[in-house]
Design a protein around this ligand. Structure first.
Ligand SMILES: Cc1cc2nc3c(=O)[nH]c(=O)nc-3n(C[C@H](O)[C@H](O)[C@H](O)COP(=O)(O)OP(=O)(O)OC[C@H]3O[C@@H](n4cnc5c(N)ncnc54)[C@H](O)[C@@H]3O)c2cc1C
Length: 296
């Protein structure tokens, strides 16, 4: 439901209407009061402009802005969570579900831009987190890894194509490969923190080895806490005592662990391009409509 108090933040309601009322009142009481009214209008307009300036969002879609690194947590082999500071302590990077930001470093005189899906949620104030998997020869991830607290990186955004609406699906099947878990986590967090969203969620999370499974404890905690969220893991190189699946995600896994084919259900996939392409084809062969499959 729309919050009517938000109307006062719009220029029409917060500035133009009060100014018109003051001018109208001045005309009724007498034009000789006009200089006082104008002085008063200048004071309240300056106050409003200052308020707007103070409340501006840190992230911009078209302009690169510098953000200070305030923390880095190593969470797995070659994977870290980077925390960047927002302009204000109470500011939230409230980006649409499943969207991402762009990060840029100038390397050898060339701007190298890469995308990252923030994993901080709509309640985290004053900062945003990105989870980054490092590549030995990766241009941008090597620069991020070399960043010290207090140093900055350039970001802009958000960008993305997913138009997630609460309850847009009765059941949602999610497939993530490696660091492709980041936008998938955003979707899960939005659903489980919205009591109005009753979507049942089933996730298949694919990785190389058990050591590569990012945020496994956190994901298992969610599965324990929310009965309508289930997770199934598959590994290409599983250890001897592994109780999940082995190998790449395939049709059998999609049929067994994801929701049944229906126009009321949806599948979201995120991973390396070849994985997304192959899984979309397999889902279509199983009877899923293209419109009900979304690849990040
Ligand atoms: C919409 C979107 C969201 C993304 N969100 C995230 C995120 O939240 N976290 C995250 O870690 N990454 C994410 N990525 C991937 C990220 O944008 C970069 O591609 C990645 O960090 C590598 O950048 P780089 O400059 O270090 O490597 P590059 O210099 O581009 O690549 C160097 C070499 O590294 C290897 N490499 C790079 N990427 C991959 C890969 N995906 N799979 C296998 N090998 C690879 C290859 O051998 C490649 O030749 C996202 C990508 C997209 C398109």
């Amino acid at each position: 439901m729309e919050d009517k108090r938000e109307l006062l933040k719009q220029p029409l309601h917060g500035i133009y209407i009060p100014i018109l009322l003051i001018l109208f009142g001045t005309l009724i009481f007498g034009v000789e009061y006009l200089p006082y009214s104008i002085a008063f209008i200048v004071v309240i307009s300056s106050g409003k402009l200052y308020e707007v300036w103070n409340n501006r969002t840190s992230m911009d879609k078209s302009v690169w802005k510098e953000f200070e690194l305030i923390d880095r947590t190593i969470i797995g082999p070659m994977t870290s969570i980077y925390r960047f500071k927002l302009n204000r302590e109470n500011e939230i990077l409230d980006i649409p579900t499943g969207h991402h930001v762009a990060c840029c470093f100038t390397i050898d005189g060339k701007d190298e831009m890469r995308y990252y899906s923030p994993i901080s949620n709509q309640f985290d104030a004053g900062f945003f987190d990105i989870l980054v998997k490092h590549y030995e020869k990766g241009k941008v991830t090597r620069r991020l890894a070399a960043l010290h607290e207090g140093q900055t990186a350039k970001f802009r955004g958000p960008f993305g194509k997913l138009n997630y609406e609460p309850n847009m699906a009765k059941e949602l099947g999610l497939i993530a490969g490696g660091s492709g878990i980041t936008p998938i986590l955003q979707v899960i967090t939005r659903i489980i923190t919205n009591p109005e969203d009753h979507t049942k969620i089933n996730l298949i999370f694919a990785n190389e080895t058990d050591k590569d499974i990012l945020l496994k404890n956190e994901i298992d905690e969610i599965a324990k806490k929310y009965p309508y969220f289930n997770v199934h893991y598959t590994l290409t190189n599983p250890p001897a005592d592994w109780d999940g699946s082995s190998g790449y995600v395939n049709k059998e896994m999609i049929e067994k662990y994801l929701p049944s084919v229906s126009n009321e259900n949806r599948i979201f996939i995120c991973g390396p391009p070849a994985m997304k392409k192959s899984l979309k084809e397999q889902a279509i062969e199983l009877g899923w409509e293209t419109d009900n499959i979304f690849c990040f």
